[in-house]
Design a protein around this ligand. Structure first.
Ligand code: NAD
Ligand code: UD1
Length: 337
């Protein structure tokens, strides 16, 4: 299949391009490079021997999208392009609604004009807000707690309404839990700009000497060691989830919703100790107050993806940490280094 990958130069998009190529698909990347670098395309080529077609531009730009669809006859679209920093979304909500909601609507409008009716959308476990219980199932109530989360939830709702009005469309909403890890070549990985918001990139930067110590946000949660518990999933497993959705559902009309997680929870201290063992060095940390908006525990019930897509996560915590460390130690300054 020829697949348009919006945000394909980003963390999850680039790993998905590699898996698409490996499985005989042809990705076409569009990205405005606001949070990624063009060198990622060199790395994809280095790993796969194939350089994806690339057009630089913005999903909010209709004339750009018209050019993309006129240039490439794609069968389906995977829509990663978006902004994802929770803190920034509180400071700049309009920027988030503009990119994550308006950008998605614009993309769908231009897909419709180009007669393409198959879409996979990057959603997030953040749409569940503070779940009443874990593991989280797809039919749990949704309730986002910040503008980023609301932008994902709004985009989901818009896509549901749109699909209802256009029943021939296939729209798959994939709710990711906590993507971590890197390609096992050490050539691709997560390259956060500025101070990392997420746990594992922060731990990796402490391990490599870019930062002094980790702040652990709270050790008084009702969890086994008092620190927050999350469902960390290897980015390549996550990428494979997109391939499974494409293979099974690209031509199956309807609105399809799946959790992409492992079903396993790990605490902040579990992650820290796993990293220390792999990097063979101590990782200094101090206990800080809880981070606003954080929840105690969040992990998926991934049974639905297994039953319908035949997909489940394969890579364990050890592999997630080893691959993160290989990427971070080979590229201490990310793609800029
Ligand atoms: P990322 O920032 O690495 O990738 C997003 C890509 O989209 C970047 O390359 C960026 O340059 C591009 N982009 C942003 N705005 C754009 C625009 N207006 N037009 C064109 N390109 C644009 O992020 P990621 O971690 O790969 O996340 C991909 C998607 O998955 C995002 O939609 C994100 O919200 C969602 N998601 C991510 C996580 C996570 O923890 N990484 C969790 C849940 C959901
Ligand atoms: C965060 C976002 C969420 C987003 C998700 C994936 C917030 C409030 N939530 O969730 O919307 O979908 O990332 O991108 O930002 N931790 C530390 N020290 C750190 C960083 C994190 O102790 O420096 C802890 C957190 O308190 C949490 C765990 O590590 O318990 C994981 O944090 P993080 O990687 O930010 O993911 P989420 O909290 O799941």
């Amino acid at each position: 299949m020829k697949v348009l990958v919006t945000g394909g130069a980003g963390y999850i998009g680039s790993h998905t391009c590699i898996q698409l190529i490996k499985h005989g698909h042809t990705p076409v990347v569009i990205d405005n490079l606001c949070n990624s670098k063009a060198v990622v395309l060199d790395r994809i080529e280095c790993v796969t021997g194939t350089r994806p077609a690339f057009m630089q531009g913005d999903v909010r730009d209709s004339s750009f999208l018209k050019r993309v669809f006129a240039t490439h006859a794609v069968d389906s679209v995977i829509h990663f392009a978006g902004l994802k920093a929770v803190g920034e979304s509180v400071e700049k909500p309009l920027k988030y609604y503009d990119t994550n909601v308006s950008g998605t609507l614009n993309l769908v409008r231009e897909m419709q004009a180009a007669n393409i009716n198959s879409l996979i959308f990057s959603s997030s476990a953040t749409v569940y807000g503070e779940p009443a219980s874990v593991p989280i199932q797809e039919d749990f109530p949704t309730a986002a707690t910040n503008p980023y989360g609301r932008s994902k939830l709004m985009a989901e709702e818009c896509l549901r309404d749109f699909q209802h009005a256009n029943p021939d469309w296939s729209i798959t909403l994939l709710r990711y839990f906590n993507p971590v890890g890197a390609h096992d070549s050490g050539l691709l990985g997560e390259d956060p700009q500025g101070t990392p918001n997420n746990l594992l990139p922060f731990v990796a930067q402490v391990a490599v000497g870019r930062r002094e110590k980790l702040g652990v946000f709270g050790n008084d949660y009702p969890t086994p060691d008092g620190t927050g518990v999350r469902d960390y999933i290897h980015v390549v497993d996550l990428a494979d989830g997109h391939l499974a959705a494409l293979d099974k559902l690209a031509y199956q009309a309807g609105i399809h919703v799946f959790n992409l997680g492992t079903g396993q929870g790990h605490s902040v201290l579990d992650m820290l100790h796993a990293f220390e063992a792999v990097a063979k060095r101590p990782i200094p940390y101090e206990i800080k107050p809880r981070r606003a908006g954080d929840i105690a525990e969040c992990y998926a019930d991934p049974a639905c993806a297994k039953a319908t897509l035949g997909w489940s996560a394969k890579k364990d915590l050890q592999t997630m940490v080893e691959d993160t460390w290989r990427w971070q130690s080979k590229n201490p300054n990310g793609y800029g280094g």
